[in-house]
Design a protein around this ligand. Structure first.
Ligand SMILES: NC(=O)c1ccc[n+]([C@@H]2O[C@H](COP(=O)([O-])OP(=O)(O)OC[C@H]3O[C@@H](n4cnc5c(N)ncnc54)[C@H](O)[C@@H]3O)[C@@H](O)[C@H]2O)c1
Length: 331
């Protein structure tokens, strides 16, 4: 199949290499001309991909129209905040019959739309988008370390194409119908990863991590169900699976960012030195806005928001979480 991957960052380039090894014909679009040229010639994609070269057979270009010409599958691997602008450029040139696959984990802050909704709206296309989510740290996937993910779409045939065309012996793909649940789990776990990082930065031990994962999942599920997702999706790979991995992995950027906050550093200072996107930062205010819109209690998201954006100290945020009125454990 002819596959175009939009985005040559950590996940885009790793995913492209995975597809190349699966035998697909892959083109990667990088928006920055100088970077595209550097990567095309040197095959070196630092700082996004360290210690590996991009195979020569993978085409790298900054020409969007050319990159998607005749593509059968168009994969979105951009930071969520750059998606709208890219879609405006893509709309007039994208092939009409391609399958669209989103790897992006985020929520659009202004509209509170999920990424597949932004893609459908931005391209003005009714065709269902396929989403892929789950615990899939790019650096592990690209090295062939065993990974399981889930793809979801309202179009079962499109999800089946992705499942069959992209699965390998080390990259196992499950299918789901619950697009809302799969996307929400993938986006909102980044907020919990920041919360876990904050507690690790404060050296609060291991108990709190288990508590944040469990209660974080409870609040994500509570919101998801109100938004029409199925509760059991959050017990799956894109829910608890991704949450456990990001909340505990030293490779998670959102966890790293939280850890730095926990150590008393300022958000703006940390962001300045991070070359890669930490989606949880823009997802946190979106989570709080969704909590309000859907009248859902999301105490962990609320405290992370207060700490990141309102100057609350991590210690006070934690105190406010722990001293809320006592309640039953049920969701
Ligand atoms: N890295 C992972 O392990 C991983 C795993 C699963 C999902 N994701 C998700 O995939 C998405 C992309 O993540 P990533 O890790 O590849 O991010 P990244 O920060 O590594 O990606 C940066 C890429 O985006 C490009 N870019 C920056 N500004 C742009 C703009 N204005 N227009 C177009 N392109 C622009 C950069 O040139 C670069 O190619 C995120 O939503 C992330 O949550 C990442």
């Amino acid at each position: 199949l002819k596959v175009t991957v939009l985005g040559c960052g950590n996940w885009g380039s790793s995913f492209a290499i995975l597809l190349h090894h699966k035998g697909q014909r892959v083109t990667v679009w990088e928006y920055d001309r100088t970077r595209a040229e550097k990567v095309r010639l040197s095959r070196d994609n630092t700082p996004f991909l360290v210690g590996l070269k991009i195979p020569d057979a993978i085409k790298i270009t900054d020409d969007l129209a050319r990159s998607v010409r005749e593509c059968e599958i168009c994969v979105f691997a951009l930071p969520s905040g750059t998606l709208r602008a890219a879609l405006a450029q893509l709309k007039p040139v994208v092939p009409r019959r391609a399958v669209y696959l989103s790897l992006i984990k985020g929520i659009e802050p202004q509209t509170l739309l999920r990424m597949s909704q932004v893609i459908a709206e931005g391209l003005d296309r009714p065709d269902p988008v396929v989403v892929l989510s789950g615990p899939c740290i790019a650096n592990e996937v690209v090295r062939g370390q065993p990974t399981s993910v889930v793809v979801a779409s309202q179009d079962e045939a499109a999800a089946g194409v992705i499942q069959r065309s992209f699965a390998t012996d080390s990259f196992r793909i499950y299918r789901s119908h619950d697009v809302t649940g799969v996307e929400l789990g993938g986006a909102l776990k980044n907020v919990m990863a920041i919360a876990c990082g904050i507690c690790d930065g404060l050296a609060l031990g291991d108990n709190i991590r288990g508590a944040l994962i469990t209660r974080g999942l409870a609040e994500i599920t509570r919101l998801g169900v109100k938004m029409g997702a199925q509760a059991e999706t959050f017990a799956g790979l894109s829910g608890v699976g991704d949450l456990v991995t990001t909340a505990t992995s030293p490779h998670s950027r959102n966890h790293y960012l939280g850890e730095q906050i926990g150590r008393g550093r300022k958000l703006s200072e940390i962001l300045k030195e991070m070359p890669m996107v930490a989606e949880g930062v823009s997802t946190t205010p979106a989570a709080c806005a969704m909590a309000e819109k859907y009248d859902t209690e999301m105490p962990i998201s609320r405290e992370v928001y207060q700490i990141l954006f309102k100057g609350k100290t991590p210690a006070l945020g934690l105190k406010h979480l722990m001293t809320r009125p006592l309640k039953k454990e049920a969701m």
